[in-house]
Design a protein around this ligand. Structure first.
Ligand SMILES: Cc1cc2nc3c(=O)[nH]c(=O)nc-3n(C[C@H](O)[C@H](O)[C@H](O)COP(=O)(O)OP(=O)(O)OC[C@H]3O[C@@H](n4cnc5c(N)ncnc54)[C@H](O)[C@@H]3O)c2cc1C
Length: 286
């Protein structure tokens, strides 16, 4: 399915393309439009440590291209793509080389957060990378998890930048708020905590109500525009993206590329069932 001829038609709204050049092409365009980027080489839960090493090589090549083109971009990785299912130590060793390369070029590695099975291990690795190379990693926290306020306080204490998102995995109610209203309320609470006390936080959401609350808080608390950034996914709410950039806010777009698009794509569909109808109509039309 991932390599079938219709796959490009299905995925083009959310995925830059199958090759690194496609991702870098989008970053260049974004940069021309005044936006920052973070490049995601699609993949997760690799089946061997050899595959994990291939992911690392792909990301090193991505950082080289970003550096060569002098783009204002970071990379975003998933630790299960770097071997976390096999060994925490082997995974960490794979990521260290990438953070070193990012540090040498003044960039950063953003470590996506996966399902709650991985939260402790992910935060352990992020914390140890921050100790070794301060300022060159970013953690991700999901507002749907009950534990997230404590995690944010821990990360802020270590001056680790945090990307705050709502969370994209199916989690049981023993660990996560089951209702949208509760998740949204927790998001707003954590967002304010990060804006007030965090280190260069990223507000990652397309929720217009939440963005408006962020803007209000930023204005009321007189928070400088270079102390935080907004983040959104490639292909989602382009109108809101343009508005924020037009008003002079920093916005970074998450740009995925590669062939292993299936899980990423399915999460985007699950977030908005209307996408399924939209896609079906487009496929029928073409
Ligand atoms: C930069 C970035 C990085 C992320 N990294 C992670 C991560 O590491 N781990 C993780 O678990 N999750 C991650 N996410 C996903 C996140 O957790 C949410 O699943 C996703 O952003 C949808 O939540 P929302 O805040 O946009 O609000 P929602 O309430 O889901 O959506 C608000 C509005 O945004 C628009 N919208 C949202 N999603 C879509 C969509 N798929 N298609 C079309 N319109 C849509 C709609 O207009 C919708 O009404 C990331 C999100 C962003 C923006």
């Amino acid at each position: 399915m991932e390599r079938s001829p219709i796959s490009r038609k299905l995925t083009s709204r959310f995925v830059a393309g199958s090759a690194l050049d496609d991702g870098v092409g989008v970053l260049k365009k974004l940069s021309g439009d005044g936006m920052l980027g973070t490049l995601d080489f699609l993949g997760e839960n690799v089946k061997s440590l050899e595959e994990a090493a291939q992911s690392r090589e792909a990301y090193l090549a991505a950082l080289d291209e970003i550096s060569r083109a002098q783009l204002p971009a970071t990379v975003s990785i998933k630790l299960t793509q770097f071997g976390l299912d096999f060994s925490e130590e082997a995974c960490r060793a794979n990521v260290v080389g990438l953070v070193e390369r990012a540090a040498a070029m003044g960039s950063r590695v953003e470590i996506d957060m996966e399902s709650s099975d991985y939260t402790d291990r992910t935060l352990r690795i992020v914390s140890s990378l921050q100790e070794q190379m301060p300022g060159h990693v970013r953690a991700v926290i999901q507002a749907y998890l009950y534990r997230s306020e404590a995690d944010i306080r821990m990360l802020s204490g270590r001056k680790i930048p945090v990307r705050l998102c709502k969370g994209a995995y199916h989690e049981p109610s023993t660990v996560a708020y089951p209702g949208k209203a509760e998740v949204d309320a927790n998001y707003v609470k954590l967002m304010k905590l990060l804006l007030d006390e965090g280190t260069y936080p990223a507000i990652a959401s397309h929720d217009e109500k939440i963005i408006r609350q962020a803007l209000r808080h930023i204005q009321e608390q007189n928070i400088a525009r270079d102390r935080f950034e907004f983040q959104m996914l490639y292909g989602i709410r382009r109108d809101l993206q343009r508005e924020l950039v037009g008003e002079g806010f920093r916005l970074r777009l998450y740009v995925p590329y590669g062939n292993a698009w299936y899980p990423y794509f399915m999460r985007r569909l699950a977030e908005r069932p209307a996408n399924v109808i939209f896609l079906a109509k487009n496929l029928l039309r073409s």
